[in-house]
Design a protein around this ligand. Structure first.
Ligand code: NAD
Length: 361
């Protein structure tokens, strides 16, 4: 029976990388019945919203979705569709494996890190008070009354909220993931020395939850130290769990360690629903050029296959992608070393090369 999956092409380079991913997934022999759902900047005029309720309904019904990137205009227009989607579907865990495949130009060796990022709160919750607004003035007054702190009258505010509930479930998620995938260690990241009531809470809960998983090693690191450690000795990390904002930044750093956003897959997961999408955004300047790397989205497809229990197909597709990378011929510009003599290929040619490999497996 075919798997019914919601397929969201997104905008910018989204439709190109999505189409290439659809082709390689079908070439694994697993049958899919795609329910195509449109969201993003391109449908604003038609639907009056970048995120029609029908898209969320489709995901709720199918419980599995594969999504291309969606643009968030800076400073104006709609709040991020991606954040809204994660909130509406309570996709509280963002999972981003960062694995270095042989052949990827990188100064590092042996990187195989899985980043688990809390997805629903922290500074990302979008609770903000604009400079000059009545609410900002009220908040400033409250802070002065409650804490004796003077607040500049021209301040804007973004609130950082970290709860015990969300911290507990994300740390459990990280440990359960570590157990299921034979990982040895979980590292929690924070800045608890300074932000005692938000990051401090996250750390306290992490330590408590860790005791329920004695088979998995646990450690914690300050986020600033973590960035340095990651670029000096990335091989010492296995699974990393972090609150939302640090998770966002550190996962891009980890993507950089393994060759960049072109090979960084991801998933947003809740108790009922899993949505797979690359870490990268819509890279608007490359739209329609058949230029960008579809492998991040294809590797997100590999994660989806594993989630569906199609482990053999997942291994086959990951193997085919790894072979194409190792050969270094049919890869996009981001995977070509500076010394390469042959030009890079386009998005759809990467898919062609992977489909050829799959046919031989
Ligand atoms: P981006 O990830 O879109 O692109 C940054 C740069 O990374 C690109 O210019 C390109 O050089 C490189 N890059 C990205 N994807 C690549 C690929 N597949 N192959 C090769 N190179 C690639 O980040 P941005 O420019 O900061 O964001 C653009 C838009 O995407 C913004 O509106 C942002 O909000 C949105 N965004 C969406 C998501 C999502 O849909 N989940 C994630 C991140 C950013």
């Amino acid at each position: 029976m075919a798997y019914r999956v919601t397929l969201i092409p997104g905008d910018g380079i989204g439709p190109e990388v999505t189409e290439s991913t659809r082709r390689v997934l079908e070439a694994t022999g697993v049958a899919f019945d795609w329910e195509i759902a449109y969201a993003g900047a391109d449908i604003m005029d038609k639907y009056g919203t970048p995120l029609p309720e029908s898209v969320l309904d489709s995901i709720r019904k199918n419980r599995v979705a594969l999504k291309g990137p969606i643009t968030t205009p800076v400073g104006h227009g709609f709040r991020s569709v991606n954040v809204a989607m994660r909130k509406a579907l309570d996709l509280y865990a963002c999972l981003r494996p960062c694995k270095l495949y042989p052949g990827v130009p990188s100064p590092f060796k042996d990187v195989d890190i899985v980043m688990v990022r809390e997805n629903t709160e922290d500074l990302y919750a979008g609770v903000e008070f604009e400079k000059g607004s009545d609410e900002a003035a009220k908040l400033a007054k409250l802070i002065t009354q409650a804490k004796g702190e003077r607040v500049r009258s021209d301040s804007g505010f973004s609130l950082k909220m970290i709860s015990e509930t969300a911290s507990r479930r994300i740390v459990h998620f990280a440990f359960k993931y570590a157990r299921s995938y034979g990982r040895k260690k979980v590292t929690a990241i924070h800045k608890a020395n300074i932000m005692k009531f938000s990051d401090g809470l996250f750390l306290a809960v992490s330590r408590e939850v860790a005791q329920e998983y004695p088979d998995i090693e646990f450690e914690d690191r300050l986020v600033d130290n973590m960035t340095m450690q990651l670029v000096k000795k990335p091989y010492q990390f296995d699974v990393i769990v972090a609150p939302n904002l640090y998770g966002d930044i550190i996962s891009d750093l980890c993507a950089g360690l393994v060759g960049g956003l072109g090979v960084a897959p991801g998933a947003n997961i809740g108790d009922e629903i899993a949505l797979f999408e690359p870490t990268h955004g819509s890279a608007p300047k490359y739209t329609g050029q058949n230029k960008t790397n579809p492998m991040a989205m294809m590797l997100s497809g590999v994660m989806m296959l594993r989630h569906l229990g199609e482990v053999t197909a997942a291994d086959k597709l990951e193997g085919a992608i790894a072979e194409v990378i190792a050969e270094g011929k049919s890869v996009t510009y981001d995977l070509k070393p500076e010394t390469a003599t042959e030009p890079p290929v386009g998005t759809s040619q990467v898919a062609d090369a992977i489909i050829k490999k799959l046919a031989k497996k």
